[in-house]
Write a protein that binds this ligand. Structure first.
Ligand SMILES: [Zn+2]
Length: 429
């Protein structure tokens, strides 16, 4: 079994760095707008393609999210913005120039006061602040990185802080303590009682991302991660786990996957605080010499979803164009988003209004996956016994390719990934 199209695999880990099983179109009940318990076609989220993957390089995943993909555990999917009821636009914040607003600065300062001075100190200071508003010009001197770390045990010099606050970054892993926090968060914040350790693990622990060295030019500060990959950032107050952020640290960004917290600390806006901590993390890695590290990806922005609007309060943010895959300032996108059910920023005439005729919505751009690209779309195949060697074969040279449904899945996935990424991956049967 040899030919110029076939590569023998002798060292799978070395030769195959990213691998996945492709999926074509799929749909599910929209989690953003569907009334609880309601399942109907009116609230549908569609995906143009999916990829079930056990292994991805951080570089490949960075390129995927820059084409509108996102992961949930090892399942990666690309939403179809043209027909989903709540189109999901990838949003990123420029961490290098972000300045917290006045209310965001208050959230940081309030937490630090509480940790260092306790409840009474925090109340007293808040009262004083109302009488003496921040002097003008203070915005320029507000140092985000310094302010974010001000409450942390390993950063401040307070001899008798009221509370001990620590954060730590560790590779994503399952612990009973994290799971119990997740169960409380789901129950108290989302009114969801149906959780299992296995569900938590699948959703927030497993990741296809390979840990890879971050190429710092010199030894970075001790609290910064040394590798790209999937992490849990733990927030501990007086030793108790009060929040966990699930983060992917990628070559160009910190990507925020999820955040959960104990409802007892709700008044401190830990979700907003965590976003600023993550901006600060991206900025610190950048300042440690990784010039590409510049953004915080906050997942998807959905204009129609009130709960997501807060993402717009972090500026300057950009939305990913669903056709040209370039970035547009969020503020300039909002009029188009408000006027249309689907908005294309690079070519506004491609936008679709809410009352557009069905034929227009259903009209898909033509599929153009040409032979030259397919030559490099390879699958991993195993020879029959007794050989059992593994080979890479261009998918269209296999018998599989004769089946139209298989072809459709591959073409949808390759188109969703784009030819550059699709050629870096190996597909599984
Ligand atoms: Zn919806």
């Amino acid at each position: 079994m040899t030919s110029k199209y076939i590569t023998l695999i002798t060292n799978e880990d070395e030769q195959i760095k990213s691998i996945g099983t492709p999926f074509g179109r799929s749909s599910s009940t929209c989690g953003y707008c569907s009334p609880p318990g309601e399942r109907s076609g009116a609230y549908s989220s569609y995906h143009v393609a999916g990829l079930n993957t056990t292994k991805l390089t951080c570089e490949v995943y960075q390129k995927m999210i820059d084409r509108g993909w996102r992961r949930s555990g090892i399942w990666c999917y690309k939403p179809d913005l043209r027909i989903s009821c709540c189109p999901q636009y990838t949003v990123k914040l420029d961490a290098s120039v972000y300045k917290p607003s006045k209310s965001q600065r208050k959230i940081i300062n309030r937490w630090s006061r509480y940790v260092l001075k306790g409840k009474e100190g925090e109340m007293m200071e808040t009262g004083t602040n109302q009488k003496n508003p921040e002097p003008k010009g203070k915005e320029q001197v507000f140092d985000l990185v310094k302010a974010i770390h001000a409450a942390e045990e390993s950063f401040h010099k307070e001899e008798h802080p009221a509370h001990r606050f620590e954060t730590s970054l560790e590779p994503a892993s399952f612990t009973e303590e994290k799971y119990q926090l997740y169960v409380r968060y789901q129950r108290d914040i989302h009114n969801d009682l149906q959780n299992t350790p296995r569900g938590f693990e699948r959703f927030l622990v497993t990741s296809p991302l390979r840990f890879e060295e971050i190429p710092y030019p010199s030894v970075p500060p001790g609290h910064l991660p040394r590798k790209y990959g999937s992490y849990h950032q733990l927030y501990r107050l007086d030793g108790n786990l009060i929040a966990v952020a699930v983060l992917d640290i990628l070559p160009c960004c910190v990507s925020s996957v999820y955040f959960m917290y104990d409802k007892a600390w709700e008044e401190f806006s830990l979700g907003k605080l965590s976003a600023m901590r993550e901006v600060s993390l991206a900025r610190e890695i950048h300042e440690a010499g990784i010039s590409d590290m510049r953004y915080l990806y906050m997942g998807f922005y959905i204009e129609s979803c009130q709960k997501m609007r807060y993402k717009g309060e972090y500026a300057p943010s950009y939305l990913l164009d669903p056709e040209a895959y370039d970035w547009h300032p969020l503020e300039s996108c909002r009029p188009l988003l408000q006027q249309n059910r689907y908005a294309c920023f690079s070519n506004p005439s491609h936008s679709i209004q809410a009352d557009a005729p069905k034929e227009f919505i259903d009209r898909k751009p033509p599929r153009l996956v040409d032979r030259a690209i397919l030559e490099n779309i390879r699958i991993l195949a195993q020879a029959p016994s007794p050989d059992l060697c593994k080979y890479l074969i261009p998918v269209y040279r296999t018998r599989l390719w004769k089946h139209e449904n298989v072809r459709e899945e591959y073409e949808a996935c390759v188109e969703g990934l784009g030819k550059e990424v699709a050629q870096k991956l190996v597909f599984n049967l």
